[in-house]
Write a protein that binds this ligand. Structure first.
Ligand code: 5GP
Length: 111
C-alpha cells in the first residue's frame, strides 16, 4: 500500500479541510474527532506521512518516534488528563477498523 496524499487527515494537515484543532507542534497535529465516541475524543497524527502504526514503527527514525511521544505527553498535560483516566487506541488496517490511512491515535476519555 502506498501513502495516499489525498486522505482526509493529509487534507486537514494542509488546512484544506477545517477541523477543531487542540494542539500542534513540530511533530504532531491534534484535533477533535468529528464523531466522538466519548466525552473527549481527540485524534493525534504525526505531521509526517505514515499509513498506519506499523508503517510508523518500522519507518520513522528513533528521534521522530521519541519526539512524537514527548509531544503526546504535552498534549495530555494541556488537557489536564495527567491525573484522570484516558485511553489511547490505534486501529491498524481495514480488518482492524482503520478508515483513514494516515497513522493516528485516538485519545479517549470520559473524565
Ligand atoms: P479510524 O477508524 O481510521 O481509526 O478512525 C478515523 C476517525 O476519523 C473516526 O473516528 C472518524 O470519526 C474520524 N473522522 C473521519 N473523517 C473526519 C473528518 O473529516 N474530520 C474529523 N475531525 N474527524 C474525522
Amino acid at each position: 500500500m502506498i501513502y495516499d496524499n489525498e486522505n482526509i487527515f493529509a487534507k486537514i494537515l494542509r488546512s484544506e479541510i477545517p477541523c477543531e484543532k487542540i494542539f500542534e507542534d513540530e511533530y504532531i497535529f491534534s484535533f477533535k474527532d468529528i464523531n466522538p465516541k466519548t466525552k473527549i475524543h481527540i485524534l493525534i497524527i504525526p505531521k509526517k506521512p505514515y499509513i498506519d502504526i506499523l508503517d510508523f514503527l518500522e519507518n520513522a527514525d528513533a528521534d521522530y518516534q521519541s519526539n512524537f511521544w514527548i509531544s503526546i505527553n504535552k498534549l495530555v498535560l494541556q488537557l489536564d488528563l495527567k491525573n484522570k483516566g484516558f485511553q489511547i487506541k490505534s486501529n491498524k488496517g481495514k480488518e482492524g477498523g482503520q478508515e483513514v490511512f494516515h497513522f493516528h491515535l485516538h485519545l479517549l476519555s470520559d473524565s
